[in-house]
Design a binder for this molecule. Structure first.
Ligand code: UDP
Length: 323
């Protein structure tokens, strides 16, 4: 198939593009390079620099590429930032996303794979979280993604759009060639690895008084390659669906730091900080539905394998894509 990867210069989009091409699909990348990096675009993919804020630019790109499907990764995705700047989240994730959907309707592209998030659920009553769990986001990031899922439903009903919404838990790790390089890094694993690389003095732990076994937040870290594979499986889906995507296991902040110490063999000092606004204590996925319906099977179940791949990439590219 031919896929337009919107946001394909970012962390998740770059690795999905690589996997699509490895599996014999054709891919073109549309990205404004606001968060993404030109060097993160696989050299086998056509690159179109453009911004979803401009409906004309995405419509021209769709008309020229004529893809069978669109994968949409171009969004703002930081919980903490969304609590300070909700407007950015509703504008980028809803209003700019609507430009993409309208351009798809205008150019008759009828398949869509959407990067959604477990942040749509808010603090769960029970874990693992399955697709039937109530959706009650506690930050504008989660709210913006939930809003877009609702919009998708109506584009499905009214325009016949077929979409698959993948609610990611915590994407982590790297492929051989592409990895996580955000201009301002807020994520746990890359920040801890920066300490191991000597680029930061200590790892910060946001909150040690949560109601979790060791007092720090628990997340379900999923290997980026497993996540990318789910997108490719979603291309074959004949109807619209929503899937939660994680491994079903949870690791606390303390456990992640301990695993980073073990894998890097480096000393990693820590400092305890207050809770980060908008963080639920415990998010763990039930991915039974995607396993059952799409035959998805994670290859990298262990946190160690995920961190090993990230460490390998960060050691190879200590300054990320700036190197
Ligand atoms: N976290 C932390 N120190 C950091 C970055 C994150 O303690 O330097 C915590 C954060 O509060 C959350 C977990 O680690 O509980 C995962 O955060 P991340 O930003 O990686 O992903 P999120 O769950 O927000 O998508």
């Amino acid at each position: 198939m031919k896929i337009l990867v919107v946001g394909g210069a970012g962390y998740i989009g770059s690795i999905c593009t690589e996997l699509l091409l490895d599996e014999g699909h054709e891919a073109a990348v549309f990205d404004n390079l606001g968060e993404g990096h030109r060097r993160a675009v696989d050299s086998r993919a056509e690159f179109i620099e453009g911004d979803l804020a401009d409906r004309g630019q995405i419509e021209v790109a769709l008309s020229s590429v004529r893809p069978d499907a669109v994968m949409h990764f171009a969004a703002s995705a930081l919980v903490g930032e969304s609590m300070r700047d909700p407007s950015k989240y509703f504008r980028n994730n809803i209003s700019n996303g609507l430009n993409l959907l309208d351009a798809m309707v205008a150019t008759q592209v009828g398949r869509f794979v959407f990067s959604s998030t477990c942040a749509i659920f808010g603090p769960p009553k029970r874990v693992p979280i399955d697709e039937a769990a109530p959706v009650l986001p506690i930050n504008p990031y989660g709210e913006s993604k939930l809003g877009f899922e609702k919009i998708l439903r109506w584009y499905g009903e009214i325009h016949g759009l077929k979409f698959v919404s993948l609610r990611y838990f915590n994407a982590a790790g790297a492929s051989e060639n592409f990895g996580e390089d955000h201009r301002i890094e807020t994520h746990l694993i890359p920040n801890v690895l920066k300490v191991a690389l000597g680029q930061k003095p200590n790892a910060e732990i946001y909150g040690t008084d949560y109601e979790t076994p060791d007092g720090t937040c628990v997340r379900d870290y999923i290997h980026i390659i497993d996540l990318a594979r789910a997108h490719i499986l979603a291309l074959n889906m004949g109807r619209s669906e929503y899937y939660n995507l994680g491994t079903g296991g949870g690791s606390s902040v303390h456990e992640v730091i301990a695993a980073c110490r073990k894998i890097t063999g480096r000393k990693i000092d820590t400092v305890e900080k207050p809770r980060r606004f908008g963080d639920p204590p415990r998010l763990i996925a039930s991915s039974d539905k995607i396993k059952r319906e799409l035959g998805w099977k994670p290859q990298f179940q262990s946190l160690d394998r995920i961190i090993e791949s990230a460490w390998k990439w960060h050691r190879k590219y200590p300054n990320g894509y700036e190197d």
